[in-house]
Design a protein around this ligand. Structure first.
Ligand code: R5P
Length: 311
């Protein structure tokens, strides 16, 4: 079965890079909306050309789901369903940033939807049977997807970027959920690590440290690592902790940089000197590592069944 790549409206150029790296045919679905705001999901080629490229072949749709999570996901469902109606033999969704991954359980005192389950079911309903995701917030919820899942690790590429820049590195995971990321990151940097136990106030979203590790960071160049930075509250709290413990410098690294609500300013005022991330989300102010090569490698390996857990 031949493979064709579609750079979706939220592809961030990753689809183009993958097609070029794997020498695959590329189709583009540019970002377009009707005057009333509905998505105008189109492919920049004529119908007959699209049909002949897609029919009986594997279609790899690359679509990251941030910013404008709901719109990007909806475009992805529409594109996948359209590919199915054109006779695609297999539909693979590459979602560099999987939105709603943090809504993976019912939270205490809150009658919330487990939204990530719905997102995964919607992908299946649209005909997607193979899924590639970069550094998902939660691995176990991916089992809700009925098909093959491949997880792309961002830790190696980020650690390689930072390696050598931190003279006396120490890795700090800013919450318990990030300790395995911290452990693996410290392995790449060949240094020690520790993790903080944090709690987020369910009402105002403020982050407080519950249990801090007993460490001296005197003279250390601390690298705070997490899967994502959103408001920056978690990393800012960890950075202040690191300086209290004597850190010489602090940088932060995460696969996904959402950077909402003045997050850069928050990190800067907490003394974070540099923010490293990947291009799963468009960035202007961070040091960006291109994750396309790792995704291309994952696509090459696709075909074996089951969730791949890189940690
Ligand atoms: C939470 O469990 C995640 O791993 C991140 O720590 C969190 O989403 C970061 O959010 P914020 O930047 O708003 O503190």
């Amino acid at each position: 079965m031949a493979r064709v790549v579609i750079e979706g409206p939220g592809g961030n150029g990753i689809g183009r890079s993958i097609a070029s790296m794997l020498h695959l045919q590329l189709l583009e679905s540019p970002r377009k909306s009707f005057p009333d705001g509905e998505s105008d999901v189109v492919i920049s080629a004529d119908n007959a050309a699209v049909d002949s490229l897609v029919n009986g072949n594997e279609v790899i749709i690359v679509q990251s789901a941030y910013p404008m999570q709901d719109k990007r996901l909806h475009e992805l469902y529409i594109l996948a369903d359209d590919m199915r109606s054109r006779g695609a033999g297999r539909i693979t969704a590459v979602i560099p940033y999987l939105a709603y991954a943090r809504q993976n359980r019912r939270f205490e005192g809150k009658a919330n939807a487990v939204s990530v389950n719905t997102v995964l079911k919607m992908l299946n309903s649209a005909g997607v049977t193979e899924l590639v995701v970069v550094a998902p917030h939660n691995f176990s919820s991916l089992s809700q997807f009925n098909g093959t899942v491949k997880v792309v690790d961002a830790i190696g590429p980020l650690a390689r970027e930072i390696s050598g820049k931190a003279g006396n590195p120490f890795v700090l995971a800013p919450d318990k959920g990030a300790w395995r990321v911290g452990e693996k990151f410290s392995g790449f940097l060949g240094c020690s690590y520790a993790s903080i136990d944090k709690r987020r106030d369910p009402v105002n979203g403020d982050v407080v440290i519950l249990n801090a590790p007993e460490v001296s960071l005197e003279g250390m160049d601390v690298v705070i690592v997490d899967d994502m930075i959103s408001s920056g509250g978690t990393v800012a709290q960890a950075a202040r902790f690191a300086y209290q413990k004597g850190a010489r410098s602090v940088v932060a690294a995460a696969a996904h940089l959402l950077m909402v609500d003045g997050a850069y300013e928050k990190l800067k005022s907490a003394g974070v000197r540099e923010v490293y991330g990947t291009n799963t989300i468009p960035q202007e102010r961070a040091k960006v590592v291109d994750i396309s090569g790792s995704i291309a490698d994952a696509i090459k390996e696709m075909g074996r069944k089951g969730v791949r857990h890189p940690l």
